[in-house]
Design a protein around this ligand. Structure first.
Ligand code: AMP
Length: 116
């Protein structure tokens, strides 16, 4: 799908709206989810404009790997390195509501499986 630069995470990247940033480097930003679903709930987003995982291509592989490594590093830094869940919704039918690719990281409570 076409990337819409007016989405809320693009606005966070441009510092047009605030976020509780936990980590930033040249490829990604990690910040707390505004409506946390667990004691720890943050999002890791790439700085490059990718709407969905379904839109990623071959040259996105390194950045996608970096998002997961960052998810684990920030979870560890927050004291939840031993048990956390990553979730990446791709497409409205899968629950994606913000169309800038993001990895959810949740921890700090029992997490059931299968998810809803
Ligand atoms: P998804 O449904 O997978 O697209 O997840 C979008 C997530 O973004 C939800 O968990 C929202 O609570 C979160 N969210 C929406 N707006 C903001 C915001 N301004 N700052 C932080 N998180 C947000």
């Amino acid at each position: 799908m076409t990337y819409d630069p007016s989405n809320v995470f693009a606005r966070i990247l441009r510092r047009e709206i605030p976020a509780q940033v936990l980590h930033e480097d040249e490829h990604c930003l990690a910040f707390r989810d505004v409506a946390p679903q667990a004691p720890l709930h943050f999002l890791v987003i790439p700085k490059r404009p990718l709407a969905r995982l379904a839109d990623a291509g071959g040259d996105d592989g390194a950045v996608l790997g970096h998002l997961l490594l960052t998810a684990a590093a920030v979870a560890r830094q927050q004291g939840f390195g031993d048990a956390f869940r990553t979730v990446l919704n791709s497409g409205a039918g899968a629950g994606q509501t913000v169309f800038h690719l993001h990895v959810h990281v949740l921890a700090g409570r029992p997490l059931a499986w299968p998810p809803g």
